[in-house]
Design a protein around this ligand. Structure first.
Ligand code: ASP
Length: 439
């Protein structure tokens, strides 16, 4: 029998109704042996996530404000769920213990982690599974960096002793024993680590959407679902801003060739999106998806005989390094090169950077284009299909979008175009129509 690791996100464990759905999902497949849970999320628009409330407790503590009332809201939610589920666990003892820690100036990470901790205890009792704490299993070094191999071994050794278990997501501990959390949304990473450690056949990530969409539904009306996408394709898309899964959740599963299946707790009949470990082009569609982001700046440099001037690009990179700016792309021609940077990374220092470029590179001309958007069209099948770029550029031309920059990854798996912010939505719709609707 295979093993499936199922991680349930905040909205999937937000209340009793969701927990019942979760139980049905788990019980319908005996291969779902290891379950990783988030803290309870929002039950309705305007509701509070448990994790947010816990962070709020810490903020109150830091400002010497009473935090008891906020903590009581947290307690009440768990108590109500426990009552309605009718499970027997001594949460009272846990609350007392947490309160004791709070009095003794508990760290922010400790407080935030309690949402997952309490929830996993409760859910383990509800499912009749063992509760296995991740505190000692997920290991970070003293700088807070995840120790992958040590973690892998610790989880494996522990879960060997448990036929079925529920584990809290989001946290582990440092060598000094202090709790350390991942960044927000980090229970996805825990799920991936557990899947890797037990050699799961699949890592199921249960959430409130049926997987990834081919484009942002705020821009494209009813975009198609992505049924299957490779890790690499997803990386190209997530990099540009599509987010369903924590970015750091990819590596542990990917490095062990474990596919990740994004599933919808509210629609378990949907197959969701399968993120495949293998990297062959698949599916009929030429593209896997389109993603993009606004607010980039391009500095376009022209210098006669640039191509024979040694060290030109090195000096560009030196300037960026001095200013601690990441560049996104560096498309170049014979005597031209453009530097594409995220506005956030420039952080209001554009004038200084431009001056530096002028004085250190002495270009014949330098143009700055602010308010640029980047759009990535991604898909393995693009690489073996003649005329893909022509189609893309024609679509944009017909939609009246002026393309300011073009960059194609060496894998030919993506084409990135730079357009003005104002054309962003039009461009995405035009590309989607050309490749998905008309194809
Ligand atoms: N509860 C944490 C958060 O809200 C972690 C998670 O849900 O993945 O960020």
């Amino acid at each position: 029998m295979g093993i499936k690791v199922a991680k349930f996100g905040g909205s999937s464990v937000a209340d009793v109704i969701q927990l019942q759905k979760m139980k049905e999902i788990i019980y319908s497949d005996p291969e779902r042996r290891y379950v990783v849970v988030s803290a309870p999320g929002k039950r309705f628009e305007g509701d509070q996530k448990i994790t947010d409330l816990l962070y709020l407790c810490k903020t109150h503590m830091e400002n010497n404000l009473p935090y008891d009332q906020v903590f009581q809201v947290v307690v009440d939610r768990y108590v109500a769920v426990q009552f309605n589920l009718g499970v027997q666990v001594d949460l009272k003892k846990e609350f007392e213990d947490i309160k004791e820690h709070l009095k003794n100036d508990a760290s922010e990470d400790y407080i935030a982690s309690r949402g997952e901790y309490l929830n996993a205890i409760l859910i383990a009792a509800f499912l009749g599974f063992d509760f296995v704490d991740t505190e000692k299993l997920i290991k970070f070094d003293k700088n807070g960096k995840l120790l992958l191999e040590e973690t892998d071994k610790a989880i494996k050794d522990e879960l060997d002793k448990h036929e079925k278990a529920v584990l809290p997501g989001f946290y582990g501990s440092m060598p000094d024993g202090n709790i350390k959390t991942f960044s927000r949304g980090g229970s996805d990473i825990t799920g991936s680590l557990v899947a890797r450690a037990v050699g799961a056949d699949v890592y199921e990530n249960w959430t409130d959407v049926s997987g990834f969409l081919m484009a942002d539904p705020r821009i494209v009306k009813k975009p198609k679902q992505i049924e299957s996408i490779s890790y690499k394709e997803l990386r190209e898309l997530s990099y540009m801003g599509a987010s369903v899964l924590h970015e750091d959740a990819i590596y542990p599963a990917r490095s062990a060739n474990i596919p990740i299946n994004i599933r919808n707790t509210n629609r378990p009949e949907d197959k969701g999106t399968m993120i495949t470990a293998t990297e062959q082009p698949g599916g009929k569609q030429v593209i896997a998806g389109i993603a993009g982001s606004k607010d980039f700046t391009v500095i376009a440099l022209y210098k006669n005989m640039m191509s024979s001037e040694r060290g030109f690009v090195r000096r560009i990179l030196g300037i960026l390094d001095d200013y601690n700016i990441n560049f996104e792309h560096l498309p170049s021609g014979i005597d031209t090169v453009s530097v594409v940077m995220d506005n956030k990374s420039i952080g209001g220092r554009l004038d200084d950077v431009v001056e530096e470029f002028k004085s250190r590179l002495k270009p014949d001309s330098l143009d700055v284009y602010e308010n640029m958007a980047l759009i990535a069209t991604v898909g393995y099948n693009m690489s073996n299909k003649v005329g893909t770029s022509a189609k893309l550029f024609t679509a944009l031309g017909n939609a009246g979008v002026n393309i300011r920059m073009i960059d194609q990854g060496s894998s030919e798996m993506n084409i990135i175009v730079g357009v003005e912010n104002k054309d962003f939505e039009t461009a995405i719709r035009a590309i989607y129509d050309a490749f998905v609707v008309e194809d």
